[in-house]
Design a protein. Sequence first.
Length: 293
Amino acid sequence: MTLIDGKAISDQIKQEIAAEVAEIVAHGGKRPHLAAILVGHDGGSETYVANKVKACEVCGFKSTLIRFEDNVTEEELLAKVQELNEDDDVDGFIVQLPLPDHISQQKVIEAIDYRKDVDGFHPINVGRMGIGLPCYVSATPNGILELLKRYNIETQGKKCVVLGRSNIVGKPMAILMMQKTYPGDSTVTICHSHTKNIKEECLEADIIIVAMGKPNFLTADMVKDDAVVIDVGTTRVPDATRKSGFKLTGDVKFDEVAPKCSYITPVPGGVGPMTIVSLMKNTLLAGKKAIYK
Ligand code: GUN
């Protein structure tokens, strides 16, 4: 069994990005600039955004954090999105999700100029990804592809089961795994809350990507020998023995599943750090105007 070290790979990629930024700046180019909008004080979102800002520093990017309280109106938020769309110094920006219920998430996503949508959530980027055109690919699926690539994991002709059908992980992941390229060329099945025979589907899979947000969902009896298991879950499960009061818990019952696998990602330290590094890669592309002018 090989443990996929997302932390080490992400550190390596950040160094690669930093070297490229140093080169750009040395030649008189502009330092890429990422802005992030954070609404409210959700613990998970605070941590994600803080880690994104920290990663920007490591990569040599400029970053701007814009905060709103929970009671911000949709109009105020949309006005800020418009301001960032028009700010020539900002190469790319994100609005951290989830948003409070009184704000339409979809409206906000669609208000972002797709040329600055480094999260890859805008329908233009999602659509272009679906038909294999250059675009910003959303961070978690792209991070997983990078891990498969860096570990030379075979995907062509493999049976890949994706558990979960969210717009930001499950759906794009399934599309990317079936694209005519590497990593890809897999035969993909998506399972979700209404799938009747999840265990049987999983038992046939060479690659299982779990993105359900259900702690310890995937158990050893659902995994065939030598499968590749990628765990996207990051649920905060209460744990009084920890200073933080919680334990970040994946969707895979790691201790019993790991011995059966050829490759597996841990939580934390697997997919999580790769998600942030994917955002950094998209920001570098935005800074270079490599996808859209
Ligand atoms: N919430 C959870 N994951 C993400 C992400 O990748 N981007 C944004 N903007 N919000 C998120």
